[in-house]
Design a protein around this ligand. Sequence first.
Ligand SMILES: Cc1cc2nc3c(=O)[nH]c(=O)nc-3n(C[C@H](O)[C@H](O)[C@H](O)COP(=O)(O)O)c2cc1C
Length: 357
Amino acid sequence: MARSTFVGLVQDRAPDRACSDGGRDGHRSCDRGRASRRARLAAGRHARRAEDAGADRDIPRCNDETDQFEFSVHKQPQLNNAREHAWRERLKPYYTEFGIDPAAPVPSSNRTPFDVALCAAVEEIKPEVVSFHYGLPEAALLKRVKDAGCVVISSATTVAEARWLEANSCDVLIAQGYEAGGHRGMFLTDNLATQVGTFALVPQIVDVVKLPVIAAGGVTDARGIAAALALGASGAQLGTAYLFCPESKILAPHRAALKAARDDGTVLTNVMTGRPARGFINRVMRELGPINDIAPEFPLAAGALAPLHAKAQAQGTGDFSSMWAGQAASLGRELPARELTAKLADEAQALMRRMAV
Ligand SMILES: Cc1cc2nc3c(=O)[nH]c(=O)nc-3n(C[C@H](O)[C@H](O)[C@H](O)COP(=O)(O)O)c2cc1C
């Protein structure tokens, strides 16, 4: 179980839509009787619920805390010895280069998808928000999460996925565009070539679903937030922008890559974990990828890379490390998370006011 490490700035432009579920305390704070806009901050171990806006402010100050947990619902990978072997053979020259025994056991990179035990933990803790990556859990588990009063969020990378999530009882959608850093949330397709950019995806999803839509992917500053809202989103989720914060626990090469970020500095790759994800281009992506069919199924590919990651990190490079980032990383600012969020909200509102004139 992971607490969310992402920050979402959510603006409810249509309270009757955005807050359609009675829910627990946090969600009930979306009082339909008030047309004010609200911001939701979900950073690190905490998510903060917004207080109602004053008459003179559209986006309120965040003043309390709540939890958001995030789970993966990926299919357990099928072990495929031939593929694992081929992957290790392919990595062998790097092992030799770093003086690592190629026959040494590698750590298991398996991750537990959401299951009965994790569901029981959710029922006990009752976080305000539970978000899932790669679809939704099976209906019985999802019902238990919802019965615990949690608001359920998941990502769609296509209109078809958005329709599917709505039909399967998701409460809030993240429209994750091609620009987004990190793993792609795609789950009904594995065709990377047809993945959609945020600018095209958000309005097309907004037009066909009734659920509130949060735009994600390439939103790093106030201009992106204003654009997301103009496209019909109820809010924006910023991932890469918050990697810059001093609170972020990224390693030194990742931080250096952020500081040097350019528009064309990232790529979608499957070699780091076995699943497409966007990150800064490094040596292993350049030499073996960015997409390689022999990379074992998610998340197994990461296991054999782990010793190389450790050695390379010790030498100060991210040559074998996942350094996730989106295409708009160069717009990031190194500010404490709270300050960044307040600035983004203020700047987005100022920008929207200017545009309204
Ligand atoms: C370092 C990093 C790790 C991520 N890991 C996850 C994840 O585990 N689950 C998830 O739903 N999204 C993950 N994402 C994607 C974000 O939720 C979001 O879609 C993305 O960051 C938005 O695009 P942006 O990075 O351009 O702001 C990750 C993003 C980053 C930057």
